[in-house]
Write a protein that binds this ligand. Sequence first.
Ligand code: ADP
Ligand code: ZN
Length: 767
Amino acid sequence: MARARSGADLGPLLFDVGPPPSREGLFALVALNKPVEREFTYSTPPELAPHVAPGMRVVVPFGPQSEIGVVVGLAERTEHDPARIKPLARLLDERPMVDAELLALTRWIAERYACSWGEALHAVLPAALKREQGSAKVIVARAAPGVGAEQLAELEVKQPKQHRLLRTLLELGGPMELRELCQQLNLSDSAAQTLRKRGWVVLEKVAARLDEYETARAVRPRPAALHPMQTAALARLVPVLERREHGAFLLQGVTGSGKTEVYLALIERALALGRGAIVLVPEIALTPQTVGWFRARFESVAVLHSRMSDAQRLRAWTRVASGEARVVVGARSALFAPMKDIGVIVVDEEHEPSFKQGSTPRYHARDVAVERARRVGAVCVLGSATPSLESWHAAREGALTLLELPERISGHGFPPIEIVDVRTEPVGPTGHKLFSRRLLTLLGETLARGEQVILFQNRRGFAPVLWCAGCKQTVRCPNCDVALAWHQRIGRLVCHACCEETRQPKACPTCSKPGLHYVGAGAERIEVEIARVAPTARVRRMDSDTMKRREDYESTLAAFGAGEIDVLVGTQMIAKGLDFPRVTLVGIISADSALHLPEFRAAERTFQLISQVSGRAGRGELAGRIVVQTMTPTHPAIALAAAHDFAGFAALESEQRAELSYPPHGRLVRLVFEDVNEKAVIDGAREFADFLRSRLESASDGAPEHEVRVLGPAPAPIAQYRGRHRHHLLLKLPTHACDAALAALRAVRGELRSLAPTIDVDPVSML
Ligand code: ADP
Ligand code: ZN
């Protein structure tokens, strides 16, 4: 085994271009899923040489082990000593799994997001393709019959992890896929295995359903005619598609303005031209309803998302690769569907943070979508009612073409948003500490008319904070630098960072004083309190505590749609895409809750959430009302959202970002260093910073507009997570000259491999 030259100067690559003159002494460059900015060179044994091609998976010796990698190039010569080069062990594919286009795109991702080519490829290939064999089965877990309170009590103190798992299963009252469950509870599967051995949990292998959206039915009739706004937007999009050119568009349309119909019409045109389409929606919006809209209109739609089993994903992937499915609808990773001749790529709700991947490679699907469309000559449409500041800025600079749908199709206009300053609300017997008088009045009226209500509170649990009046401390997670939240229904204190739980303390853990105060209100408390002020209303809560399984989420939405629920209380899970005509009141309980997070996008996020949540009201014939409760009524994110003034907010926010060279006026790279030993973290982060500074200096051409600034290291806002200390570095890069800096960063990462920071280019979360 020997290293090939770095990715930037690979030399003669043979990408499917004509037959190689000689296949003797052919060398394969293989990308491995390792944080090393290089590909590895292997020789091809004579029996494999005639068959090997870029894009195929191979098994190669790597140190004492073997690894699966992807051939990214073939070369007739190598600069390495041939005697030291090992041969490929095995070829896994007959035909390339990844074509030249996706190979090139993953290489771009590696450069853009400072990871290795192999890491980027790993994100693109469906799981079953990475390992040698994918399984068609999934493991589901359920509580064994007769198991209950007694077993829980036994686990409560000594086995908190098993307790958490068993308690959740008992609550669910039915089976759940183990992998998904462990992911949500932040557990490895050893807790489940132990419980199985004790006979308290049953684990079963069941065949994965090949298509979980089989039953997705049409719910959206084709409109008799397009609205003139829609026609105007299509008049800009279709000619670009027909000329087979690339165009990147920002479709800014208020909620209910008919964006989906524009996507459908554009895709219809693409299919008529023999071209395909990829539609990305936020994971939470990938419901049977959404899939149904596409399935009703187009014959063969493949669905791709990260929760699929290996077999499901492999099947969808194969259907796309074979050309059978020409429309793909999916979450973030569906962007990498192996589709030929893509005509359209849509990113709906492009401002959604979930388009950013949270593990290496930390790509942003919106940005990669534009890049893939550019490479293949496709039309890319980014749709949103409240575009990200990045896209808004790109539209002003001309990088995106702005198309607007300024009105609702229904012609009803927007329901009024009323701001209530909760600081001036009466307390005591005449008032309610969570609900303003105005909200209570409207709630009573709405319920009396038999209409529906959505109440939004973007915090989980009953009380987000427990506070001791004695020592003035909050009760914190022993392993993480966050306050523990009180979850009343399960009677546990929960860390929202690591998911660990503890029992309710009788006294302050710091000063032993009894009588802790439960401060603030999460969605659980709103649910409890609403049942008190409106005892006859049917109330349901929708957050990640109550909606662990996708089915629960979908059945709750169905029940709400069928009018079986009067008041839906929830976190941001209810902000997205719900379209229920009988919802006429939306209440935002505390609009400020996201405003004070140490994130530079806090105001933008708040503006988006208020706009999205209020967009749920008055979507049908009935007029709607929105009440926004806040302690900072004049904050621009709140006041301008209430005035439906996106342009005003974007301009103001952009000005403030410009002063600090924050995105969209500069780019950021965040590096996080973690270790149980705090000194090791600080030393490591310093060493990395110094090394990087010197590299950047020598790479710099001295022009101030190309200057890269390295800020820190400093403790991260969440300075400890699962017992590991966290420090971070922030790089501020000028927007137009990042390539050299990113190359330097990748090089330093390769050289200081033992420090292994998490590198996040264009970070979405700064915590
Ligand atoms: P958005 O995605 O912008 O929120 P939708 O595409 O969901 O908006 O459209 C809002 C509503 O208007 C939907 O109920 C849809 O069926 C309806 N609609 C869309 N286009 C038309 C049209 N041309 N004529 C009549 N109704 C339409
Ligand atoms: Zn914790």
